[in-house]
Design a protein around this ligand. Structure first.
Ligand SMILES: CC(C)(COP(=O)(O)OP(=O)(O)OC[C@H]1O[C@@H](n2cnc3c(N)ncnc32)[C@H](O)[C@@H]1OP(=O)(O)O)[C@@H](O)C(=O)NCCC(=O)NCCS
Length: 293
């Protein structure tokens, strides 16, 4: 008789519980730090505490659905999906390094995709590290299409407002105008996400020619921004005191904006890829996705 390998134990998926955050946070840090180190990139998260913070945020924010995978009663990974908009965004998904490549990631992906479908999501999106062959292969085989190459960029504050633009903190009264802008650029809005950011004091808007021409939930890895034109996006980026987490995600094909960022002293940290399944409109404006979408 040959002993069964641990990976052969039955793998089950269940909704995440608040008491899972420590285990899932440690797994999240171990998974990202291991894959990043193997490719010579800095880890997206500085330590296990930051990973636990990200997991806690996802597990506790209304509108997120989160699941864990268990084998033999032990958690081996987790996944989350932000269902606050008609487009849902997946992440973070992480599997403990020793349990990777055994099917847990596929099951965790299928669980959140099924949940979003059952709630009538028009589309699902995610952002993956471009160097990661396994995640690209997994998501492609699950039906996701590559949509946009992204550059995660980071650097010192620019603090130079383009002429004609005013940047100020966003207020609840700005929601309608920001949502209308998002619908013009993307075809849908992210009003619940923006309202949450306004309440937490991280959102900002640009005013030009007497109207709102850009907004951001936060200039950060977990924030997104939408603008009428590159000038408005430059006003937002140039207003930031710092860029949260590893950096902001600039669509690499927006050469004018990326060139401006580089000329302003920002540097590329790592290439990433936006992928989508279901509805996708080519945006008609300037935009920065969050690490979810
Ligand atoms: C990415 C990750 C979540 C995937 O989970 P996993 O449990 O390791 O993946 P699975 O075993 O379910 O699926 C991997 C699939 O990719 C395939 N694969 C792996 N490497 C491949 C390659 N180089 N080329 C083609 N296919 C590949 C596997 O054969 C498997 O396919 P299958 O389901 O058809 O058999 C996990 O590896 C992880 O946590 N990585 C580190 C953190 C991370 O990058 N998270 C993703 C952030 S976007």
């Amino acid at each position: 008789m040959t002993a069964q390998p641990a990976a052969a134990a039955a793998l089950t998926i269940r909704p995440a519980r608040p008491e899972d955050v420590q285990t899932c946070g440690q797994i999240c840090y171990d998974a990202f730090s291991t894959i990043s180190a193997a490719h010579g990139f800095p880890c997206d998260l500085p330590n296990a505490e930051a990973a636990t913070g990200a997991i806690t945020m996802a597990f506790s924010t209304p509108g997120f659905y989160c699941v864990v995978a268990e084998t033999g009663g032990r958690i081996v990974g987790s996944n989350c999906i932000d269902e606050r908009a008609v487009i849902a965004g997946i992440g973070p998904i992480t599997i403990a390094p020793a349990a990777q490549n055994s099917g847990a990631g596929r099951k965790l992906m299928q669980a959140v995709m099924d949940h979003a479908s059952s709630r009538g999501a028009a589309g699902i999106r995610l952002v993956q590290a471009a160097f990661h062959n396994r995640s690209l292969s997994l998501y492609t085989s699950l039906g996701f299409d590559v949509r946009e190459p992204l550059s995660c960029i980071q650097g010192p504050a620019i603090k130079r407002t383009p002429p004609g633009c005013t940047v100020r903190p966003a207020q609840a009264a700005d929601l309608d105008a920001c949502n209308a802008l998002s619908r013009r650029v993307h075809g849908y809005d992210r009003g619940a996400d923006l309202a949450h950011s306004i309440r937490h004091g991280t959102a900002a808007v640009v005013e030009r020619a007497g109207r709102i021409t850009a907004y951001t939930t936060q200039l950060a890895f977990f924030g997104h921004a939408t603008a009428e034109a590159n000038l408005d996006m430059q006003a937002l980026i140039a207003s930031a005191d710092s860029f949260g987490g590893p950096g902001i995600l600039v669509p690499s094909r927006n050469s004018q904006l990326l060139r401006w960022c580089l000329a302003s002293g920002l540097r590329v940290v790592q290439p990433m890829t936006l992928m989508s399944l279901g509805l996708y409109n080519q945006p008609s404006g300037a935009w920065l996705p969050s690490i979810l979408f």
